[in-house]
Design a protein around this ligand. Structure first.
Ligand code: ZN
Length: 224
């Protein structure tokens, strides 16, 4: 078990001795088309973190659903929008506490990629470092590890749909998208998932992300 919320203290101590890496899956509660769940960003990030932790060792924290610059700003329903200050403070406090617990490498994997959200997380990391933070921090959206495949982040479109579909076929509802391809799906940004998404693509891109992320994290741990 790599999920912190299921671990007893003895297991945490053993993992800190073996592999002091913390993974923080960070998403939002946000509209992702009619076909994907509202928590898709965090759920996707969590599964990627778990797969990576199984390679590298380390512990995965519970996913965070506190997003800034979400689809609420574009009028989409069932979406929670939080302020820049709140997101930043949460990230800084979390980094400080994870360091105190003994983690040497901390990965914030951003499954939600509003540009301002990503900037806020980066600012939090800078503040943590300026304040004397000693853990090595990697804070990136998952797509930076799959740009070789042409994935640069989208919203509930070809890529996010493929990844989520691969992880959670039972919660992916392609049948709820308009059948008529000339009708654009609401709140979907990127290549049309009806024409371009598949579980096979999801599997391939996840494999690439996990490989690259694991290599990067192990290198950070060695340098530390
Ligand atoms: Zn998303």
């Amino acid at each position: 078990m790599v999920k912190m919320e299921f671990m007893v203290p003895r297991e945490v101590r053993a993992e800190l001795d073996r592999s002091p890496i913390a993974y923080v899956p960070w998403g939002a509660m946000e509209w992702h088309g009619e076909h994907l769940p509202l928590g898709q960003d965090a759920l996707k990030a969590e599964r990627i973190c778990v797969l990576t932790a199984k390679r590298t060792g380390g512990i995965v924290l519970p996913p965070i659903y506190i997003g800034h610059q979400t689809m609420q700003l574009y009028g989409m329903p069932f979406t929670l929008e939080f302020s820049r200050d709140l997101v930043k403070e949460l990230a800084v406090e979390l980094l400080r506490q994870l360091e105190l617990m003994g983690f040497k490498v901390i990965v914030i994997l951003c499954g939600h990629y509003g540009r301002e959200h990503l900037n806020t997380i980066k600012e939090a990391v800078e503040e943590y470092v300026k304040g004397g933070g000693k853990a090595k921090v990697l804070a990136e959206p998952e797509y930076v590890f799959a740009e070789d495949m042409g994935y640069h982040g989208d919203h509930a479109a070809k890529w996010e749909t493929s990844i989520f579909w691969y992880f959670y076929p039972e919660y992916t509802h392609m049948e709820l998208l308009p059948k008529d391809l000339s009708v654009k799906p609401k709140g979907v940004v990127g290549e049309d998932p009806r024409a371009h998404a598949s579980r096979e693509l999801g599997e391939k891109v996840v494999e690439l992300i996990v490989n690259k992320l694991a290599d990067k994290v192990l290198a950070m741990l060695r340098e530390g």
